[in-house]
Write a protein that binds this ligand. Sequence first.
Ligand SMILES: [Zn+2]
Length: 322
Amino acid sequence: MNTGEESENKNLAYYRKRFAELNVSRTRQRGSAHHKPILLLSIIDLIAQGIIRDNRIYVSDDLVKTFNKYWDVLGSDSHQRGLHYPFWHLESDGFWHNTLKSGFNGSKPKTTNKLREAVEYASWDNELFNLLQDQNSRSELIDTLVAVWFSSNKDDLGDILQVNQDFENVAQTETEISATTGNLDTEPRFYLTRSAVRNAVFRKAVVHTYDYKCAFCRLKVIRNLTQNIVDGSHIKPFSKFYDNQINNGISLCKNHHWAFDQGWFAIDDNYRIIVANDLEEESPNARTMKDFHSETILLPTLDQYLPRLESLHWHRLNVFRA
Ligand SMILES: [Zn+2]
């Protein structure tokens, strides 16, 4: 890494890279430790909720509670949970700075209470803290963390889907909790941030299911783990239905995602493409959209992930304009 980097280079792309390349301990038996990305997700959540307002991150009860909530969903059984570990070691990643208490004796804290005795607070690079005030930057950074750290490896779809399933269960529990306690002040906001994470997992799982190809045109372009040209798209929009099941998803390139959302094409009950008949197209270097009319889309290998007919039907009725 170039240590002489100018501060103007510390933009969103820079921090996405830092988040993707966190120094974590890895072993063959236990895989990567996920403490650091879980701590980052927890802090971003508290910033989104307005609970952390200044660039001083204390070892607060809120932070411990949020970290534990995320750990329940994303942590692995093969690692011990513990906020002290990532809080202490993030210093080595360059954007995190611990301010130690004056009487600190110098030994590495082994519990969260010991951490409180050692560290006054931590702060992030100001550039990063400022970026996190913006909702879009927050989403991008959450996406990066989820894509890199919580997708397991590429051959391990089961894990991704399990995470997605766990999220569904947690969301349900949270809704029940806020309904019974009437704690409407904090739970829904926590839920909103949580759903951003859940959406990131959904998108990742859907494109993986389709092998990173567009179901419409089969296009596949990948640059690295976090950048590829297809989107995991919702068939029935998330904003209306909150449906993050894989079978409410379809993998589409940017162009065909947009066209699908505009209702320029739909998919029938036999998974064949129906293209609106009023498109004016020129496509000297690729097939036109109309040329795909009545072709079958690319389908996932596992039946349980096939686009749900009920969702496709809803899209034909409510979005598609023939
Ligand atoms: Zn496409």
